[in-house]
Design a protein around this ligand. Structure first.
Ligand SMILES: *[C@@H]1O[C@H](CO)[C@@H](O)[C@H](O)[C@H]1NC(C)=O
Ligand SMILES: *[C@@H]1O[C@H](CO)[C@@H](O)[C@H](O)[C@H]1NC(C)=O
Ligand SMILES: *[C@@H]1O[C@H](CO)[C@@H](O)[C@H](O)[C@H]1NC(C)=O
Ligand SMILES: *[C@@H]1O[C@H](CO)[C@@H](O)[C@H](O)[C@H]1NC(C)=O
Length: 459
């Protein structure tokens, strides 16, 4: 990193002769609040990670959470299990009103360990999400293969209405985490409710979710857990999230919920969904490729630049407040790129996808606001953010084939120091030169790269 104070750079001397394109950053004009970026270690991936030797385990944790050497993630997404030893309520109490026999192993498939490690790096956003209710609470008697929570709109069971019992179980899960010193900050009760599959899955449309949300909200309140923010509905993609959102909004659910949550499997977030709720991309990944670490080759599904583009579109065009990739660290899963960091048990390998997320996550910290920009640069999307510590961050995502010189002119902010970092095929969040001149900074943004600029104000 270079801290250049009012320096004059002779572009010719470093071989650049491009025209500058100016973008104005209106620091006083705030848009959505940013909660952060992160991953999950659901379905036993936390326990596998925990079981690594101390060397690779620490290296993996640093790649995820360290703000100097890794992505600096600030959100984790844990799975609330729904069957057998995976669940805090493995057996039916017999009826919805009978006393439930909860079981707590203080481990939760390694997620207690993972949550504590994340907290050690300062993570405060812990999103706990149920993929399904236990089978005995559902119309199909199975935690897998779809089915509905007994008692939601249009769905009845001979065993009764299990909505309150499911709400009680979710509150108990949050309390067990509290006992371990972990504060669940966000709670969801659905995962891909518009999809039926052979592992934990439960159906729900927006109206059915709305027939449960007030019960869950009231149950959190009566358990002194009203600080836990409610999320819904982790739909398969942006299209179904939009449909679900309109049902939730017309049922008055904006007053109970904090987050509208989406996955990207049948549609990436690319346009605003009109709601006063924050929107989070809570799960996104490449489900097609073998493990790859590539930044850019041909725009393939596993490449870092591909994900840099998706994140930029989500934050800048779809008003996202958070972006969560599916899994973080996996061990010996060379057949997949649905995660960011691979360990073979000895070594640990980051991917271009990790560095794409790092270009946002390391610099734009929870509580930051996106701020308005005007002007455009060919091939480059420009996002600007103001952190709670007063620093201003610009993320320049160049998906085009030509290098650009970008001048960011700041309105309402007088920087006295600037740093810039580059990720492309030969750099991973590497410090590069940036020129600060009055209230403007100029930086070179190579073809197919991301450059993040951070400015601090005169004090
Ligand atoms: C949690 O369980 C996993 C197996 O699922 C085990 O490897 C790990 O040591 C356990 N962790 C704790 C803290 O008990
Ligand atoms: C992050 O990594 C740096 C460099 O290895 C190290 O000094 C620092 O302690 C790490 N931070 C945390 C929170 O572990
Ligand atoms: C409710 O929670 C707050 C902090 O979250 C705690 O200080 C208080 O003691 C709790 N009250 C009860 C009745 O558990
Ligand atoms: C963006 O989301 C916020 C909530 O985080 C909302 O208040 C704001 O109106 C949204 N912006 C647009 C353009 O819809």
């Amino acid at each position: 990193m270079f801290n250049v104070k009012a320096a004059v750079v002779i572009w010719a001397s470093i071989g650049l002769s491009l025209a500058q394109t100016q973008v104005t950053v209106n620091v006083g004009s705030t848009l959505q609040k940013i909660d952060g970026f992160g991953v999950s270690q659901a379905f036993g991936r936390a326990a596998e990670f925990q079981a690594l030797a101390e060397g690779p385990r620490r290296k993996g944790l640093d790649y995820l959470f360290n703000t100097t050497t890794g992505a600096g993630f600030t959100i984790i997404r844990n799975r609330i299990g729904s069957k057998g030893a995976d669940s805090i309520l493995p057996n039916s109490p017999g009826s919805p009103t009978a006393d439930p026999k909860y079981v707590w192993d203080r481990n939760d498939s390694g997620q207690v360990w993972f949550s504590k490690e994340a907290m050690g790096y300062g993570v405060k956003n812990i999103y706990a999400d149920a993929w399904s209710a236990p089978g005995f609470m559902k119309t199909n008697g199975n935690e897998a293969n779809g089915g509905y929570l007994c008692g939601v709109t249009g769905q009845t069971c001979s065993s009764g209405d299990w909505r309150q019992a499911f709400a009680n179980m979710l509150a108990q899960y949050v309390k067990y985490y509290q006992e371990e010193g972990i504060q669940v900050s966000h709670l969801g009760f659905l995962n891909e409710p518009d999809y039926t599959t052979s592992y934990s899955s439960m159906r729900s449309d927006g109206a059915q979710a709305a027939s449960f949300i007030p019960t869950l909200s009231k149950t959190l309140q009566s358990n002194n857990l009203s600080s836990v923010a409610l999320a819904c509905c982790d739909n398969m993609g942006w299209g179904t999230t939009r449909t679900t959102a309109s049902a939730l909004i017309s049922a008055g659910m904006e007053s109970y919920l904090t987050l509208l949550t989406s996955h990207n499997y049948n549609g990436d977030p690319n346009s605003v969904i009109s709601t006063r709720l924050k929107t989070w991309q809570t799960e996104a990944c490449d489900l097609q490729s073998r493990w790859c670490t590539t930044w850019y080759s041909n725009g393939g599904a596993c490449e870092g630049l591909t994900w840099a583009g998706k994140i930029a579109t989500g934050i800048l065009n779809a008003n996202l407040s958070a972006y969560i990739y599916w899994q973080g660290v996996e061990v010996n899963q060379q057949q997949a790129s649905s995660y960011l960091v691979l360990s073979d048990g000895t070594e640990v390998f980051p991917s271009g996808r990790l560095w794409a997320m790092a270009m946002w996550s390391r610099f734009i910290r929870p509580g930051a606001y996106r701020v308005a920009t005007s002007g455009s640069v060919s091939g480059v999307s420009v996002g600007a953010f103001k952190n709670t510590d007063g620093s201003v961050v610009g993320v320049l995502t160049n998906t085009g084939g030509s290098s650009q010189n970008v001048k960011l002119a700041l309105n309402g902010f007088t920087p006295n120091a600037a740093g810039a970092w580059l990720t492309d095929n030969s750099h991973q969040v590497a410090g590069v030169e940036v020129t600060l001149d009055g209230s403007a900074v100029t930086v070179a943004v190579p073809a197919r790269s991301v450059v993040t600029v951070k400015l601090t104000e005169a004090s």
